[in-house]
Design a protein around this ligand. Structure first.
Ligand SMILES: Nc1ncnc2c1ncn2[C@@H]1O[C@H](COP(=O)(O)OP(=O)(O)OP(=O)(O)O)[C@@H](O)[C@H]1O
Length: 244
């Protein structure tokens, strides 16, 4: 499979009152089209910063980000977030409370005709198993259902790459693993490529094709689930990892 996403010598830093603070000094990563990659790592190691840079919300100080060989970010240029074809889904769902499920899902389709939007919303709600809830409001749904609406909304504009930032962390353990497997099924069925960040190994194993650990701003490994299981069996887990 061809590479969809490439991070090449990525250097990310924040401007602070005390000067530039490097979070990611030199990160390299490749993800094939159709794969789900997972970044594990301790709180504060820079996982969200990497996702935000891929989405175009953080400047790149060095190196570059490529999507299908197209340069999205480098120190010289920065493609606007809305032109990247990158979708994002967060842990707090970020659904609009005053909008119905259908309007939430159709939110990113403002340029489509009403008929096209209606058809796409119906298709996505069927995909995530919530066709019956189209007229409900977010507060009427369970956490897992809200997260499925958030997934449908993120997929609606047909992004090339989906970024998932701790998407299941507000859910209880059982729902979390079940939904991770369900989301994997949905992304595989639609051929989507995604990167997920989490603290949780079980979640990583339930969803990912490639699992890596971010530490000191570097990717420590980029394993298949089988190789990652082997690593766990050999005791090669970082001290911070959640074992659930
Ligand atoms: N806007 C900012 N300005 C300065 N420093 C920041 C800013 N945002 C994040 N940081 C710092 O950058 C580091 C990485 O933050 P980031 O949110 O990427 O970590 P994370 O691995 O996603 O953590 P968590 O798992 O807790 O969400 C942290 O030390 C954080 O304090």
């Amino acid at each position: 499979m061809p590479t969809l996403l490439a991070l090449e010598h990525l250097h990310l830093a924040y401007d602070t009152a005390r000067g530039l603070r490097t979070v990611i000094p030199d990160l390299n990563l490749q993800l094939e089209r159709g794969q789900i990659g997972c970044l594990l790592g301790a709180s504060g190691c820079g996982k969200s910063t990497v996702l935000r840079a891929i989405a175009g919300f953080e400047p790149v100080r060095g190196g570059r980000i490529l999507l299908e060989g197209r340069e999205l970010s480098s120190s010289q240029q920065q493609v606007a977030p809305e032109l990247r074809r990158v979708g994002m889904m967060f842990q707090d769902y970020a659904l609009f409370p005053h909008m119905s499920v259908a309007r939430n899902v159709g939110f990113g389709l403002r340029r489509a005709s009403p008929q096209e939007r209606e058809a796409r919303v119906a298709e996505l709600l069927a995909l995530v198993g919530l066709a019956h809830a189209r007229d409900s409001y977010p507060h009427e749904l369970s956490g897992g259902q809200q997260q499925r609406v958030a997934l449908a909304r993120a997929l609606a504009p047909a992004p090339e790459l989906l970024l998932l930032d701790e998407p299941f962390s507000n859910l209880d353990t059982d729902t979390r693993e079940h939904l991770a497997q369900e989301v994997r099924g949905i992304l595989q069925a639609t051929g989507h490529t995604a990167i997920l960040v989490t603290h949780n190994q079980a979640e990583a194993l339930a969803i990912a094709d490639r699992i890596g650990s971010l530490s000191g701003g570097q990717l420590q490994y980029w394993d298949s689930p089988a190789a990652f299981r082997q690593r766990l069996a050999e005791g090669g887990t970082p001290a911070w990892s959640e074992h659930q």
